[in-house]
Write a protein that binds this ligand. Structure first.
Ligand SMILES: [Zn+2]
Length: 113
């Protein structure tokens, strides 16, 4: 059996992604944060949870706040800024040897060369 090529080109902060699984399925938003240790990302407005804050000296009240819970990387897909479709990320090797992320569907480069 052929082992699939390791998927190394990943989403980055401020990429536009679509959630493809879970309660926020279909939601599109920008990545606020990448958590490399857990392979998770925080997507703006997706996977919202309510949290009760602990009283602190500065703010002794308990407040209910909404915040984004991290999503696993495999549950989001990049949205290409050019063709607006969800796509896997292709790697393009530039003449200078640099790897640039590109849309797998329309070939649009996603990073500056
Ligand atoms: Zn595209």
């Amino acid at each position: 059996m052929k082992t699939p090529e390791r998927f190394t080109m990943k989403v980055k902060e401020s990429d536009l992604v679509e959630v493809i699984a879970g309660k926020s399925k279909g939601h599109r938003g920008r990545i606020k944060k990448v958590l490399p240790l857990t392979n998770r990302v925080i997507v703006e407005g997706a996977n919202m949870i309510k949290k009760i804050t602990k009283p602190t000296q500065r703010n002794p009240r308990r407040d209910i706040i909404s915040l984004e819970a991290p999503l696993h990387r495999s549950n989001v897909m990049l949205v290409c800024p050019n063709c607006k479709q969800t796509t896997r990320i292709a790697a393009k090797i530039m003449p200078n040897g640099k790897k640039i992320r590109a849309c797998n569907k329309c070939g649009e480069l996603l990073d500056k060369a």
